[in-house]
Design a protein around this ligand. Structure first.
Ligand code: SAM
Length: 205
């Protein structure tokens, strides 16, 4: 089955995501990431390095492991990966850059003790039809005091789901900052080729 970005942006529920990404796992790296010169995972990892993220790191919506690869290239780790779709995590495991994986729905809450991670990354998961701002308290719960989160949020989703209001009232965070980056690079095609995302960064108090 050929999958395109319209399918991904049309998702409505976590179960929709689990089903779509189960199918997309096989062709995600070659059919999507390479074809669209997908650069968001690198941008998230570069930001994590720039802001001195330390391990252990949890990569939320890890998918096929593109953020893990980029984090490793900056010498950051150890990295755990979590995703709602086990088929995506199987692909990530082949990249040999994660210490551990667990399947989970960030919207339902992860089976993980509070204050486990010094760093949390997420690329491409806070996007239309996927995960909204209601997952932010779970991110804060998982961070150690002083821990750093670097999360991409697609521009349309940022405004459409009113992330600024949710972030303004999110308890327990500090050092909040936002940068805008391109999601795709040179050679990307289609009406999404020029899309941007915000890189949201904050620390847990
Ligand atoms: C666009 S992909 C991004 C994957 C990877 N981070 C990247 O940048 O290539 C979005 C990922 O989020 C996962 N996802 C969607 N909804 C989720 C949820 N509620 N909880 C956890 N993961 C979810 C999907 O299974 C998919 O792997």
């Amino acid at each position: 089955m050929a999958i395109d970005l319209k399918d991904a942006y049309g998702l409505k529920t976590p179960e929709d995501s689990r089903r779509l990404y189960a199918t997309w796992a096989a062709s995600y790296d070659s059919g999507f990431a390479q074809a669209m010169a997908y650069r968001l995972p690198e941008a998230v990892a570069a930001a994590a390095a720039r802001w001195h993220m330390t391990g252990p790191i949890l990569d939320v919506g890890a998918g096929t492991g593109l953020v893990g690869l980029a984090l490793k290239s900056y010498g950051l780790g150890p990295i755990d990966g979590t995703d709602i779709a086990p088929e995506m995590l199987e692909k990530a495991a082949q990249k040999s850059c994660y210490a551990a994986f667990f399947q989970g729905d960030i919207l339902a809450g992860l089976a993980c003790k509070s204050q486990t991670y010094q760093g949390i990354t997420s690329s491409g998961t806070f996007t239309t039809g996927h995960v909204g701002p209601e997952a932010l308290p779970e991110i804060v719960r998982l961070l150690c005091p002083g821990g750093l989160a670097v999360l991409s949020v697609s521009r349309a989703h940022w405004h459409g789901s009113n992330f600024p209001r949710h972030i303004d009232t999110l308890p327990g965070i500090t050092a909040r900052a936002v940068d805008e980056v391109s999601i795709y690079g040179d050679g990307a095609v289609g009406d999404r080729a020029a899309d941007t995302a915000y890189l949201l960064r904050f620390r847990r108090r």
